[in-house]
Design a protein around this ligand. Structure first.
Ligand code: MIC
Ligand code: SF4
Length: 643
């Protein structure tokens, strides 16, 4: 039996386990990336592990999220990360150099390699044939120290692409179609591989838009073959030597096949407040809009912004619309500046932002009250834009630019003749904003600089024999990490300070939660399906940990968040019978007797609802390593015990 692309990379990197779906495997990690909003914690954790120098082939730290610097906190974090990197062997991409995923694709990603990043959109690297996965900061710290990265062996899904996109239909529309078909939980426990004749019609940046938003499917990762198109891209980036060919075997077996004929797709939008709430622009056409934002790690490539510039050239942004554009990288920005396209954007009235995540994570450009905002981003979760009642639609750069001019939802297919933009034969290469680490012999001379807002990683205790706690919060399905640990300009600066940031934990759902949890001392959170979807932020586990949450009992979990809970020593439980969700209410007193013994011996746990007298069965599904991590009280304790 042949292998899929992902299986081939897994096979080459397998350190433990077997490639049997549903079982745990440990992978050797070649490259890591961090960004600043998760990076400070990841590097504090790395320091706590006591490994002097990273053991990966390449580790890069990016500064792209917290660049507003409304106080000293962000700048202090940047300086901490810069000095830690210099000391421990990590490349440092300075603020202004661009969004981690865009820059990594341009300058560092390599087909056939493994990459983990402390950011859920790390699968962007799948556009170049990497096995690239989002992970918690602690997992990245362990991988930097040479440890394996553990995942559950996923199922393989083939998305078979035929035909060719029609003019004005874009890679964003392809992934919106996949989201429409599979939903935000359809990818959990799966790797999505793109195959078929249609693959050859997509450039690397287009492929990367598609793999980037595989995160929204909940997939472990997404991947494209590495072919002549990949070679051309790498050659244009001056790194043809990084190319290797990669394709699936003709007899590779997939668990699921989805067929998409590219020539039938239309421009689409993900409507509020979920990336899978997809409609065609035709259906929305004519609806008034207030804001357009173009950028983010999904759609801020040279190709994207050149198309936008061509649409805006000689036009003016509609008087009722604010158009903001953030180029994905300094390479993109600089090329647009040199070829005149930036002038076209400025002349049309675009508000040009620095190369960073910016509005995507609520760092500025929040829309007006009830504002309709069209964004080329990847997430439209409620409140994420910074405006609680903002209505965010995710669209392609073409739809965004066309609508910015008219002031209403506009199908770019109505624009007439297509603008044809080719990938350049040579990108502008200038890595002067990537600082290499100090030489090994000089590393002791580097002083790591810590600002006063940088607080240590919270300490955790080994698992108790019996958990006695109250239900401090009950939430529904598809709770995102933006609900659990909101971001935005006010809260993001506290990412290095768990005690301070925990005061905002779950406040989107329930303002009283942090105080209530603190008063209770020990608590349990009850939730629905796909709990913890979205980002990789381990703060969504560390803040509950700090507030005394001992277990989270839900219908099902999103992959990265479940790992983050385990890494933090919080017990992840799922209902044996989903209908038992109704048997617990806010404030109920719960007891999980002999939990430690049951975790050790295996089997389901009983959650006793002392308030109602009901008994609820729950699965904890921990295997050897995850079981030991939970018993030790989290991955940091476990790593210390085992090193
Ligand atoms: C996001 O898009 O939600 C983020 C901000 O990039 C997060 C990481 C974080 O919360 O710092 C992600 O996707 O993992
Ligand atoms: Fe940054 Fe947005 Fe991409 Fe997250 S999704 S890495 S916030 S651009």
């Amino acid at each position: 039996m042949g292998y899929t692309i992902a299986q081939k990379i897994i096979k080459n990197h397998l350190l433990s386990g077997e490639m049997t779906v549903g079982t745990d495997i440990g992978l050797k990690i070649d490259q890591t990336l961090t960004q600043d909003a998760t990076g400070t914690m990841a590097y504090l954790e790395f320091e706590a592990m006591g490994v002097p120098r990273v053991k990966t082939e390449k580790s890069v730290a990016y500064i792209d999220h917290n660049t507003l610097q409304t106080g000293f906190e962000n700048a202090d974090d940047h300086r901490f990360i810069q000095t830690v990197c210099k000391k421990h062997g990590i490349y440092f991409s300075r603020p202004g150099n661009g969004i981690c995923h865009q820059v990594h694709l341009e300058r560092f990603g390599k087909p056939g390699k493994t990459l983990i990043g402390s950011d859920s959109h790390t699968p962007t690297g799948g556009g170049i044939g990497m096995l690239a996965m989002g992970a918690g900061g602690l997992d990245v710290a362990v991988a930097m120290g040479g440890g394996a990265y553990y995942i559950t062996m996923p199922k393989m899904v083939k998305v078979n692409l035929t035909g060719k996109l029609r003019p004005w239909v874009s890679a964003k529309d392809v992934i919106l179609e996949v989201l429409r078909i599979m939903s935000v939980k359809g990818g959990v426990g799966k790797i999505i591989e793109y195959a078929g004749e249609g693959v050859k019609t997509l450039t690397v940046p287009e492929r990367a838009t598609i793999t980037n938003m595989g995160a929204e499917l909940g997939a472990t990762t997404s991947i494209f073959p590495s072919d002549e198109i990949t070679r051309e891209f790498l050659k244009a980036q001056g790194r043809e030597e990084d190319y290797t060919e990669l394709s699936s075997d003709p007899d590779a077996v997939y668990d699921e096949v989805i067929d998409i004929d590219l020539s039938t797709l239309k421009p689409m939008a993900a409507c509020p407040h979920s990336p899978d709430n997809v409609k065609t622009i035709e259906e929305l056409a004519g609806g008034k809009i207030d804001q357009v934002c173009i950028g983010s790690c999904t759609n801020s490539s040279y190709l994207d912004l050149m198309r936008v510039a061509a649409i805006l050239k000689g036009k003016t942004v509609h008087p009722d619309v604010s158009l903001a554009i953030a180029p994905g990288s300094k390479q993109v920005y600089n090329m647009l500046a040199l070829n005149g396209a930036l002038g076209d954007l400025i002349a049309a009235g675009a508000r040009i932002l620095e190369c960073a995540c910016g509005p995507c994570i609520g760092m500025g450009q929040s829309p007006n009250s009830k504002g309709i905002s069209l964004r080329t981003f990847n997430r439209n979760f409620e409140g994420r834009s910074g405006t609680a009642d903002g209505q965010i639609y995710l669209v392609s750069p073409e739809t965004a630019a066309a609508s910015a001019i008219t002031g209403v939802f506009t199908d770019p297919m109505t624009l007439g003749e297509e603008v044809k933009i080719e990938l350049p034969e040579k990108f502008l290469i200038n890595d002067n904003m990537v600082t290499p680490p100090a030489a090994v012999e000089d590393m002791d001379k580097v002083e790591v600089l810590r600002g006063p807002n940088i607080k240590p990683f919270p300490t955790t205790k080994p698992m108790e024999d019996t958990i006695k706690a109250s239900c401090a919060l009950k939430v529904g399905d598809n709770i995102t990490t933006d609900h659990i640990m909101p971001a935005g300009a006010k809260i993001l600066p506290l990412r290095s300070n768990i005690p301070a940031i925990s005061n905002y934990c779950f406040t989107v759902c329930d303002k009283e939660f942090p105080e209530r949890a603190k008063l209770l001392g020990s608590s349990v959170i009850v939730g629905g399906a796909n709990y913890g979807q979205g980002s990789s932020r381990e703060h969504a586990a560390l803040a509950p940990l700090y507030l005394g949450v001992k277990a989270v009992l839900v219908k099902s979990f999103a992959r990265i968040h479940r790992s983050n809970l385990i890494n933090a020593g919080i017990l992840p439980l799922t209902f044996v019978n989903e209908s038992d969700y109704d048997k617990i209410s806010l404030g109920d007193e719960l007891v999980i007797p002999d939990v430690k013994k049951i975790i050790l011996e295996g089997g389901d746990v009983v959650v006793e609802n002392v308030t109602t007298g009901e008994k609820i069965m729950a699965k904890c599904e921990l295997t050897g390593r995850t079981r030991d991590i939970i018993l030790a009280g989290g991955l940091l304790n476990y790593t210390k015990e085992n090193s």
